[in-house]
Design a binder for this molecule. Structure first.
Ligand code: HEC
Length: 99
């Protein structure tokens, strides 16, 4: 199995600038409600040993999970859900409001 393209894509995601218009928190909330919350109501995002330690890593996990669950979201949808859970669960600042 060749994981390099996947890792390269993750690295790109982590540094790609996020256009401010791309995140729609309300849409992110609805998508999360419909596709993710059934598991994530009981599995807290923010455990002591949480996987996603910053906004880029939250985005990588959202990308991974929408792939896992066969959703094929657009980049806008991924950005919206990332923004929503980063705010709501991780309390990480959005790239557009950092510093
Ligand atoms: C079938 C249950 C299930 C569904 C559906 C699901 N997840 Fe998860 N998710 C998990 C489990 C279990 C973990 C922790 C273990 C792991 O990462 O493999 C996790 C981990 C995560 C994490 C990392 C948490 C951390 O520790 O920082 C994120 C972010 C995440 N999921 C986002 C999503 C999003 C977004 C969706 C909807 C597209 C989704 N998940 C759908 C079960 C689920």
């Amino acid at each position: 199995m060749d994981r390099l393209p996947f890792l390269a894509a993750l690295a790109l995601l982590a540094v790609a600038p996020v256009p401010s218009q791309a995140q729609d928190l309300e849409r992110g909330r609805l998508l999360h409600e419909n596709h993710c919350r059934m598991c994530h109501d009981s599995i807290a995002y923010k455990r002591g040993d949480k996987i996603a330690k910053n906004y880029g890593e939250v985005q990588a996990q959202v990308t991974r999970w929408q792939t896992n669950t066969g959703l094929r979201w657009s980049q806008e949808d991924i950005d919206s859900v990332t923004a929503y859970i980063a705010r709501r669960y991780y309390q990480y600042p959005l790239p557009t409001e950092a510093k």
